[in-house]
Structure formats: structure tokens, C-alpha cells
Design a protein around this ligand. Sequence first.
Ligand SMILES: [Fe+2]
Length: 287
Amino acid sequence: MSRDLAPKAWRRRGMESRGLPFYSADDLFRIKSELRDGAGFALVRGIAAESADAGACLLRFGQALGRLLPQNAAQETLVEIADFSDEDAFDDRGYRSPGELHPHTDPPPLIILLCLRPARVGGTNRLVSANTIRQEIENKRPEFLPVLEAGFAFFMPDEKTPGGGRSRDVIPILIDGPGGLSCIYYRPFIERAAAVNGTKLAGNSIAALDYFDRCASDPDLLITYTLDSGEALILNNYRVLHARDEYEDWPEKGRRRHLLRLWLDADWLPDPPPAHAGRRNPMAAML
Ligand SMILES: [Fe+2]
């Protein structure tokens, strides 16, 4: 049965009234359409029947959807998302700890998160459309749009030196490209770039970022979903920001929240605007 695609600029009420975009794993055509032309995210069931070979199943599914991208300096294409805070001496990338993650985009064009086990409590994902955020800013505080379109210097961590890294070029937060709007946003790295450069963000820059955050966390704009075992969330990072509630886990490692993650590029997605071209090879130009 065909399902009308959700619009690119959606709000919670509209998204909930039409139903969240759920697909079965073999419905690749509609998954791609939803990611490219619709809501910009898809909830998918049926990727991995057995958790024992979930990694292999997810890799196969990812390769059917696009091209696997390395996610770290070790060039891993399949990464575990779990609470490693009792093992990590230093965490530069928040997915290895159970704290809240504020609204952001991930570096690559597409991300897939497959849930093997949810947390004991919490870990809900929040999603918001970048197009809706831009509409909201345009309607209510249009003076902030040029600030966000001009962009900010972003910090680029050096994985080999805990806490180390450098500031890289200015990158627009919101910019139009051949396929429409493209958004890159991770505020901690904007603030760290300013610190590395020994500069302070201007007052109107902070106000623009605060307003962007406020829209990205507005309950009327965002939808929430807690992945259950066997469910996957696929995100078009050009178009959808995500956040995650903090979670409480079981003390036993074998029962803890456990997700698998892929980063993908795909030739069925439009090219990003030149200022965001780095996201097609994120480990070469990491955000
Ligand atoms: Fe993320």
C-alpha cells in the first residue's frame, strides 16, 4: 500500500496525525523516497531477525541503501553505540556515554541506528525538521537567518590526541543546495572552535544559536520516538536534526542499551551545496 510522503517541513502534530514513517526493510524504494523527498527519516523493522548476526544483517542492508563510510580514525564502518563511560578515559563523541545529546546533525549524509536493546529507562530520540526550524526563524526572528547562513568555524577533533583538535573553516549552518536545504549543526564544536581560536562568539551569534536551539527543542515542532529491539532509525542528516534523552541503564553490561550504527552516502541523494561537500567524506573533514 502506498503512503503519501510526509512534507519536508513537518511539525509534531502533522507528523503524528499522518503516522510516523514506518517501513519494512525490503521496501527500499519507499525508504529512499521518504529520506530524499519526504520526512527525511524512516523507522524500519525487519533488518535483523537474530541479534547474533545483527551486524552482518545491518551491513548488508546498508550496502543495499548506499555506500558505507568510515566513522573513525580506525576506519570502522560498523560502530557500537553504548555506555562506555566506565571504560573511556576521555569522550569527545557523546554517543559513548548515557547523557543527553542536544539537537545536532551527524557528519555523513545518512545514518542508520539499529537498536539491539533499549535502555532500562530513557534514551528516547527527538527529531526535528531543519526546514521547519528555518521557517520558524524566518517567521519570527528573520534577523538571525543571515547569521546562521554565514555560519561558524567548527572544531575538528584529533582522535589520536584526547581533547586535541583544531578549528577549521567557517561552515554555514543552514544553506540551500541542488536538492534543497542542507543543515550542519553541532554547537559544542562551534564553541570549542571559538575557544581554540582564542575568540568569543559575538552577542548576536549567541542569540542566533540560542534561538536555533530553542526551535530545535520546541515540543510543538519535534517528534519523539524510543527505538525498541530490532527497530532502526534512518536519518537524512541534511534535513533532520536529532537529539537523545539521557538514559539509565542496567548495571550488567549484557543488559545495557546497545545500538549499531552505520554512516552512508548514496548516489540517489542530491549533491550537497559546495560549502557542505565535506559531509560526503566526513573522516577527511570531520565535524
Ligand atoms: Fe548524533
